[in-house]
Design a protein around this ligand. Structure first.
Ligand code: HEC
Ligand code: HEC
Ligand code: HEC
Ligand code: HEC
Length: 129
């Protein structure tokens, strides 16, 4: 009896640990994921998702997470959680914005327009402190 309850406790702990792992989300993000790139030459860009958006006053998710309609950008569709690389591939397809340019245009574009936020290579591609 005693042994059995120990085993079930162990199983319950294992199950809890297993369930806790995939729960990582944008709130835990410290850098922009770089999975879409075959070869990485830079430090991943630092980007604390939620803290960044709060500081920058970005409450509308579609500011970054837009969608697609008839091969064009659909600024009203909310694609939060869909990786950019699902639609923007590392290698350029004709008429399409490749992945690195998509990030640089979106991130730097806003920083330049608002005159706030980093715009030099080393300011984004640096280890998270
Ligand atoms: C300043 C741009 C920006 C804004 C605004 C933004 N996000 Fe994101 N978000 C990103 C980037 C960049 C990624 C990483 C994309 C990738 O992996 O291709 C991301 C990833 C995510 C992910 C996936 C997390 C993971 O761990 O894979 C979720 C979920 C998400 N965002 C939800 C939201 C929600 C909800 C909002 C609005 C409340 C929002 N985002 C607003 C830029 C933004
Ligand atoms: C559901 C598909 C889809 C997703 C997901 C998506 N995009 Fe796009 N995006 C498009 C389409 C379609 C266009 C227009 C054609 C093109 O330029 O490739 C576009 C255009 C762009 C452009 C050029 C136009 C402009 O606004 O300056 C940038 C930059 C961009 N996307 C960045 C991003 C980033 C960064 C992410 C992830 C946070 C992202 N996109 C997620 C489909 C998508
Ligand atoms: C729509 C506008 C907008 C977009 C898009 C945007 N940013 Fe920013 N970002 C800002 C603003 C505004 C600030 C300055 C916030 C402040 O400190 O007041 C900022 C600040 C930052 C900082 C400095 C914050 C710190 O804690 O040191 C980093 C790093 C940064 N952005 C990275 C990114 C990356 C990477 C992306 C693209 C995935 C991105 N940003 C997209 C508006 C934007
Ligand atoms: C506003 C932030 C920002 C600035 C400024 C910036 N980048 Fe990026 N860069 C990104 C993001 C976000 C990605 C997508 C993946 C990642 O996290 O590295 C990226 C991806 C890249 C990649 C492809 C992935 C890799 O590691 O090979 C290269 C190369 C790159 N950047 C070079 C540069 C260079 C060179 C400069 C200066 C001219 C620069 N970047 C400035 C945010 C930035």
């Amino acid at each position: 009896m005693k042994r059995r309850s120990k085993t079930s406790l162990l199983l319950a702990l294992l199950a809890a640990a297993f369930l806790a792992v995939p729960a990582l989300g944008q709130q835990d993000m410290t850098t922009v994921p770089a999975e879409g790139f075959a070869a990485k030459t830079r430090q991943p860009a630092r980007f604390a998702h939620d803290a960044h958006n709060e500081k920058a006053g970005l409450s509308d998710c579609t500011t970054c997470h837009h969608g697609e309609k008839d091969g064009k950008k659909d600024p009203t569709a909310d694609t939060s959680g869909v990786p950019c690389s699902d639609c923007h591939t590392a290698a350029a397809k004709s008429g399409r914005t490749p992945l690195m340019r998509a990030y640089h245009k979106q991130c730097m574009g806003c920083h330049l327009a608002q005159k706030k936020g980093p715009v030099t290579c080393g300011d984004c591609h640096e280890p998270v402190k």
